[in-house]
Design a binder for this molecule. Structure first.
Ligand code: GZL
Length: 328
């Protein structure tokens, strides 16, 4: 029977090697200048410009703050994030940070971190737990508010279009992730009382460009001319959908209102061309707040339980000709 080394076994092997080889933190400190702070960060993957920009910003800010960073990319797998957190515990980092790919399934490993006396910071997304002492701080967007901002744009657009019926299709992000759940709730809570608004169907695109294209192909085959509005939970899926809309003979941004989220350069440029009507910003630039928070935790100082960055909307109602380069 072929035996593979699962992530848990892998974490245990890494831990054993580190401990047996005496490469734990204490040993390293004797041999070289101990950095002022060792931060272990588990990134969930590289699925979007947002994610790649977030990783780059964290790396750059660690360098700027003189913080030693152990960064592990989980390639969209929760089990890889759990294994990475266990290896950070074995290595006895000062602070653990991670962007949880989904909300559930973290209590056990975070209890191990807590038992080891290592503080944990959530970056970008949050977890669902009965015990919020398992993490010190959440640094990330208010996704519910992003959904509200998207809906507020649509209500304004609906008034200008003067239609008494708007059929909506929704392309959602990763199932059970905080942005997927809250962007949906914020949007539909805001338009819920408006009789003009009609949801045809929500389909899951997992925040991926390729899946966004597949979702749009299905929605066009199923609803075609009936589609008035596309609400997409991130720019990657939106950019996957756009060629499908055009190949089907529709003008995105004119025949169909396109609302997206993130605000990376590629999507902003498409908005300037008029093929996307509204983009709600979701900034990946969380590195500075993360480094400040990690340094406070190491110094034993109090930190905010939740920090939301300030975000805005870009739309066809704005003059964005002179917008600063987005940096992601
Ligand atoms: C939101 C972040 C989402 C982005 C997507 O902060 O978690 O994940 O909107 C990314 O682009 O995949």
């Amino acid at each position: 029977m072929k035996r593979t080394t699962g992530p848990r076994a892998l974490a245990l092997i890494i831990s054993a090697i580190l401990l047996l080889a005496g490469c734990g933190r204490e040993q390293a400190a004797d041999e070289s200048e101990d950095p002022k702070l060792l931060l272990g960060f588990s990134q969930l993957g590289s699925e979007s410009s947002f994610r790649i920009g977030n990783t780059r910003d964290i790396e750059e800010k660690a360098e700027e703050y003189g913080i030693s960073l152990m960064l592990e990319n989980a390639n969209q797998k929760q089990e890889n994030q759990i294994a990475a957190i266990r290896s950070f515990i074995a290595y006895r980092v000062d602070v653990i940070a991670f962007s949880p790919i989904v909300e559930d399934g973290w209590d056990n490993v975070l209890r191990e971190a807590k038992d080891a006396g290592i503080p944990v910071v959530l970056v970008d997304r949050t977890i669902r737990t009965e015990d919020d002492s398992l993490y010190e701080s959440l640094i990330g967007a208010d996704f519910y508010e992003e959904g509200v901002m998207a809906a507020e744009y649509l209500l304004r657009k609906a008034d200008d279009l003067g239609k008494d019926r708007l059929n909506i299709v929704e392309i959602t992000g990763t199932e059970d992730s905080t942005p997927m759940k809250q962007r949906h709730e914020g949007f539909f809570d805001t338009i819920g009382g408006d009789s003009r608004m009609n949801l045809l169907e929500s389909v899951n695109g997992d925040f991926l460009r390729s899946r966004g294209a597949e979702c749009m192909e299905y929605l066009l085959e199923t609803y075609g001319d009936d589609i008035d509005v596309i609400y997409s939970h991130n720019d990657e899926m939106t950019m996957g959908a756009l060629p499908k809309i055009e190949n089907a003979g529709y003008r995105p941004g004119e025949d169909m209102v396109i609302i997206s989220i993130d605000g990376g350069q590629e999507a902003i440029d498409i908005l300037k061309e008029g093929k996307i009507n509204c983009i709600v910003e979701c900034t990946p630039m969380l590195g500075s707040i993360l480094m400040e928070t990690a340094m406070k935790l190491k110094a034993g100082e109090a930190v905010e339980k939740v920090t939301h960055p300030v975000e805005r909307t870009f739309s066809d109602y704005d003059d964005i000709g002179n917008l600063e380069p987005r940096g992601y």
